[in-house]
Structures are given as structure tokens and as C-alpha cells.
Design a protein around this ligand. Structure first.
Ligand SMILES: *[C@@H]1O[C@H](CO)[C@@H](O)[C@H](O)[C@H]1NC(C)=O
Ligand SMILES: *[C@@H]1O[C@H](CO)[C@@H](O)[C@H](O)[C@H]1NC(C)=O
Length: 377
């Protein structure tokens, strides 16, 4: 039996209907409450189906929940498959710049076999972007980036964020097959984009590098080819329903991510600032976040006392920096999936799958069998 239990405050599971996201009503949105929901649901299902072994699965935040569920409720779940679960993307455990370094690497290596180092060009392109906005040449930026409305000073960060978002998500969902996870994208979207960039940057045009950045936007936001111009308020995905996540990221899931000027980071500097982040969240949700709580409550990487968890991470995925990539014990196992993006192992099998992800799925099956046998004994 596969049970897909929707997390409270997501999708249709709105405890206060359309008023669920007011500062007063949203207080019941925590990972602890979500895990308790699962515990009650499974206890009830086990009354119907008997005390069968139960395995928790999840990718991304769902992977964190899967692992934490096993840690907190070992009598209710016999093991967990936690894919791309950034359980140590927290204050003091993972450097904030790590995320950017991984994206840079993913882009830089995507066409390395053609001796084309894509991240170098993106880095230069961002520098040109910054210079052009410092010169307040909004006309050039609006034209080169096909933005619908005329730009002015305040849009400098907005457009930059629009481009950065496309880059980050593209690295996250750099899958071997066309996918429609956040936005419809071609197979290996990073390589696809870097090929376009390679063509563009050979042109003798002083703004060719800006066109290279536009090419990224075009692949990510305009795969249909139907958009005449970009509205910078367009979200990362039309139906992600990320209001709940925004609140969680402000309260117990404060994940330090920021860009620092290092040779292996192609992004413009934008260092992580915990205090500024907390103040911004106070303004939005009237609540003061607790940056250390998740680690205090779940253990961060100090989870030697846990058992029966598989942590997988794709090396292309920026979230792998905040994941468990080394085994912790004989039964808390880590596996890095070469050429894998965000929770690729939980996506459908395809003939384009790299060998590494096939192996990961075999490991899952092996471990699940072991856990079920243990439970039966
Ligand atoms: C979207 O793609 C089409 C086809 O490639 C192109 O003509 C159009 O300019 C693109 N839109 C934007 C906003 O770049
Ligand atoms: C913000 O929270 C405080 C304390 O929790 C409460 O007294 C106040 O009414 C809240 N403000 C708003 C605007 O909800």
C-alpha cells in the first residue's frame, strides 16, 4: 500500500480553509505537528491493515521528514528513504556559500568535455550586468532581457533575482529526461543552456554576455516559446503553493544560503545575513524564527543513535551541500548519486538514467527488504 499523506497547510490540506495563512492561524504549521499527523494516520491505518512494516519515503523537505519520522517514531516506521534531504543545511553546520559553489560546479562541468567552462562566462556576464546597472543603462537591460515594463533602480535586484532563480532551479532539476517538475524543461537543461551560451558568447557584440544570461531565463521561464516579454513577478513555478514553505523557512527551517566572493562561485556577492533574514520574517509573519531549533530537536548530523535510514544526494544538486553524504553507521547509510540532481532516485526510471541512480534504487530495495525482514522477526 502506498499512502501519500498531504502535509498540513499544503495543497488541499488547509486547517482554516482560505484563512489558513493568517499569522494567528498558521501557528500550527510545524514539522513536529506534521510528523504527529503521520503518526496518528499510520496508527489508524495499522488498525485496518494489521501491524505491517511501514517505510517512510520523501525527497527534499519530504526527505527530511522521512528521516526525522524514523528518528522520532521508530515504533511506527521501520525505516526511511531520505532523498536529497538537507538535514544539515542549518546555522553553523553548512557554510552558506556551499550552495552557490555546487551550482557553479554543475554549470562549469556541464560542457567541460568541449573545453567550454560555462560558469566562467556566467560570472563575467553577472559582472557586466552589474556594471550596466551601475551606469543606469536601464534601456539596454530591458531590451536584452526582454522585460515587459521599463526598468528603474529598484529593479536591479529584482531582475538579478529572476536570473539567479532560473540558474538555481535549473541546477536542482538537471535531470536526464525532459521534466515538468517546476517548469517544463528539456533533458539535461544545464548542458542545453550552456550550449546556447557557447554560441552566443562567440558573437562580437559588447552585450553578448547579457544575451547569455537572457538565454538562461529563456530556457527556464519560456520553454513554450510563447512569452513575448518577462514579467519579473512571475514565480518559480505556477502551482508550487509555497506560502506554507515561506512560513516554515522563517520559523524552524531557517537555512543559511548566501553568495560570497570566492573563486569557485559565479554569482554576485550577496552574503547570508541571519539578522536581516529574521527581521524580514518578523515583518511578514509577526513571529521570530528559531534558527537552531531544528538541529536541537532532530540532532543535525549527530544521529548515531538512529537506525535504518538511507540518505541519498545527487552531486549536481545544490542541496547536497546540506545533506548527509557520508554513512553514519551500518544502518544509517549515505550514497552520493553521480550526475544526479534533486531526488532523481525517486523519479520514474528511464532509459537515460545514469548507472549511479540505478544502483541507488537497488540499494533502496535491498534495505527495505532488510528492514521488513527485521520487523517480521
Ligand atoms: C520566448 O521564446 C520565443 C521563441 O524562441 C522568443 O521569440 C521570445 O522572444 C522569447 N521570450 C522572451 C521573453 O525572451
Ligand atoms: C504580533 O504578535 C504579538 C505577540 O505574539 C501580538 O500581541 C500582536 O497582536 C501581533 N500583531 C499582529 C499584527 O498580528
Amino acid at each position: 500500500l502506498i499512502v501519500f499523506a498531504e502535509h498540513r497547510y499544503y495543497g488541499q490540506t488547509l486547517p482554516f480553509g482560505k484563512d489558513s495563512f493568517t499569522p494567528k492561524n498558521i501557528r500550527y504549521l510545524t514539522s513536529q505537528q506534521a510528523l504527529a499527523d503521520y503518526a496518528l494516520l499510520l496508527t489508524d491505518l495499522r488498525k485496518q491493515y494489521g501491524n505491517v512494516a511501514t517505510i517512510s519515503f520523501g525527497g527534499s523537505y519530504g526527505g527530511m521528514l522521512a528521516a526525522w519520522f524514523r528518528i522520532k517514531y521508530p515504533h511506527i516506521t521501520q525505516g526511511a528513504i531520505a532523498s536529497s534531504a538537507p538535514v544539515i543545511q542549518f546555522e553553523g553546520l553548512t557554510p552558506p556559500n556551499r550552495f552557490m559553489q555546487i551550482i557553479t560546479k554543475t554549470f562549469n562541468e556541464s560542457l567541460a568535455q568541449e573545453q567550454f567552462y560555462c560558469a566562467n562566462y556566467i560570472k563575467q556576464a553577472f559582472e557586466l550586468y552589474e556594471k550596466t546597472s551601475q551606469q543606469m543603462d536601464w534601456k539596454t537591460l530591458q531590451n536584452r532581457f526582454h522585460v515587459c515594463k521599463p526598468l528603474s533602480g529598484y529593479d536591479y535586484l529584482k531582475l538579478r533575482y529572476f536570473i539567479e532563480t532560473a540558474i538555481m532551479y535549473m541546477a536542482m532539476i538537471d535531470y536526464p529526461t525532459p521534466a515538468d517538475f517546476l517548469q517544463p524543461l528539456p533533458a539535461w537543461p544545464v548542458t542545453f543552456t550552456c550550449k546556447k551560451i557557447k554560441e552566443i558568447v562567440t558573437k562580437s557584440d559588447q552585450y553578448a554576455l547579457l544575451d547569455a544570461l537572457h538565454a538562461i531565463d529563456n530556457v527556464y521561464y519560456n520553454s513554450s516559446g510563447k512569452l513575448k516579454c518577462f514579467d519579473l513577478n512571475q514565480g518559480i513555478s505556477p502551482d508550487l503553493g509555497d506560502q506554507g514553505w515561506d512560513y516554515q523557512a522563517c520559523t524552524e527551517m531557517i537555512m543559511p544560503i548566501g553568495s560570497e566572493k570566492t573563486p569557485d562561485n559565479m554569482f554576485l556577492p550577496n552574503p547570508w545575513n541571519l539578522q536581516a533574514f529574521i527581521v524580514q520574517c518578523q515583518k511578514t509573519w509577526n513571529i521570530t524564527g528559531r534558527p537552531n531549533w531544528a538541529v536541537t530537536y532532530y540532532g543535525g548530523k549527530d544521529i548515531k543513535a538512529a537506525s535504518n535510514i538511507v540518505f541519498t544526494n545527487g552531486n549536481l544538486d545544490p542541496w547536497s551541500g546540506g545533506g548527509i553524504v557520508q554513512s553514519i553507521s551500518d544502518s544509517v547509510i549515505a550514497l552520493v548519486i553521480e550526475n544526479g540532481a534533486h531526488h532523481l532516485d525517486l523519479r520514474s526510471a528511464s532509459k537515460e538514467d545514469p548507472e549511479s541512480v540505478i544502483k541507488a534504487r537497488q540499494l533502496h530495495v535491498e534495505q527495505i527488504k532488510k528492514w521488513v525482514d527485521q520487523y517480521k522477526k
